[in-house]
Ligand binder design. Sequence first.
Ligand code: COA
Length: 561
Amino acid sequence: MRILLVASAFNSLTQRVHAELRDRRHVVEVHPAGDDDALRGAIAGSAPELVVAPMLRTALPRDVWSALPCLIVHPGPPGDRGPSSLDWAIHEGAVDWGVTVLQADEVMDAGAVWATAACRLPPVGKSDLYRNEVSDAAVGAVLRAVERFASGAFTPRPQSGPDWRVPDHTRPYLRQETRRIDWAGDATDTVLRKLRAADSQPGVLDDLLGAEWYLHGGHREHVLGGRPGELLATRAGAVCRATVDGAVWIPELRRRRHPGGPATFKLPAVTALGDALPALPEVPAPLMPAPEDQVWSDISYREDGPVGLLRFSFPGGAMSTGHCRRLLDAYRFALARPTSVLVLGGGRDFFSNGIHLNVIEAAPDPAAESWANINAIDDLVEAVLTTTDRLVVAALGGNAAAGGVMLALAADEVWCRQGVVLNPHYRLMGLHGSEYWTYTLPRRVGAAEAGRLTAQALPVSSAAALRGRLVDRVLPCAPQDFGREAGRLAGLLAASPTAQGRIAAKKAAREADELVKPLAAYRREELAVMRRQFFTPDAPYHALRAAFVRKRPAPAPAPRR
Ligand code: COA
């Protein structure tokens, strides 16, 4: 079927719907929402049989939806309406939720229902839920709706009339006044719900050290406490703030924009506060906590017999120079442990999206910081590539892009959760890329496919990644179960009779590859191009990065001379 996807952003869900529909041999085009005339032009040009809108911030024009069936994904169960569905659900502590695919109609979210799907809401941030549980449900519902439409034998259920038993529940936009934290009154559970409902956007507006900040992300602290609202400690760039009955870790902050001033963007809290931060103790989490310890940390190591599990989770999957160095230290610690299989990753949500564009943008010298960051991530990738005494599995519980995909490809096996979307390319950020991709990507998929993936710069679904040998295994499990399932399968790998033989073979293969072309040569060649892109002030990377972090559309390419 010819399907036009209309979306306010080519975000994770839109990318996934796009990839899954293409996997099912539909002819899919994507058009950005917002400009009604351009949309009419796109429809006239591609003559779709169906419009699907996975993520819309604006209504579709009447003449479009009255001429052509338009299916809208609403991230709420039937009867739920309004622009902040998921925010409200988390804010109020809902545990069971759902997604509805409905036909565009006069009243927003009130059209006839083509499909629904239920999902759970575990206690994690909104964007994480959106990219995982909600996305799984949305894709299931969209595929069912498209099948039903294609069959021609299905009549969508209007949201009114005798067999409609769900009460209408229209919610307004969730405003900052409602999100606001009362540090002197809100218990930790309430504070965490408010932070999660606003994570990663829009954040919770708050006063901190005499200025207005949006707080992004929130994790429970189990030991520290103090005067409610007081800052208590730092850990890995996050700040710990006391509540009435405990404390929470806040990893990122964004300064409130002055009216008419430049757009602001998120940064690790300690970086954002800079000199305004009073002297606070740095309270690191143990890298290898005892099983009973409940401690928030962005990097942790566990062991289960012959399997080491090195888990990491950075907001937005972005890895700054500091993140990469800390992860490399942890990786070296893991290598000193007596295991035969090391699982890298295994957490929920983003595996990695490469170098930290926000930290780079905020640095006094972004080119120098880009250079430090790419070298730090390269050092990490090199450590993975040169691990020859055990098998390394990259376990992707969530999406990965650019250098984050290439980090995964350095492992011996790449496993991902069903539904993960990979973006194995750098072109959209105006970069050639490093992370030894010129070695690892062709090694996996062949030179021709590597060229196609990096040039086309399209998202790849987990199913397509498996077919194309970009990943070795797809785990069909819920987001919450991925880490456990990856650990279990790693145990089977360690116990398999072929494991020791594979370790010996990988060592031999690495040595043979090194003779053909040393790893240092791949890095040198990649970094020679990257150096030019970083240190040329009018290279597209700088304008693309500035737009990306401020959530502005990418600038149009300069006319060719
Ligand atoms: N640096 C800093 N922040 C990043 C990031 C990076 N490399 N990659 C993603 N993020 C952040 C986004 O700003 C966004 O923040 P928000 O939640 O506050 O809005 C969040 O992660 C999710 O990204 P978003 O773009 O909204 O998700 P998506 O699913 O629509 O797209 C990507 C995912 C990875 C395709 C897109 O974020 C991207 O292109 N990232 C840059 C990849 C890159 O070029 N890395 C550098 C070269 S190695």
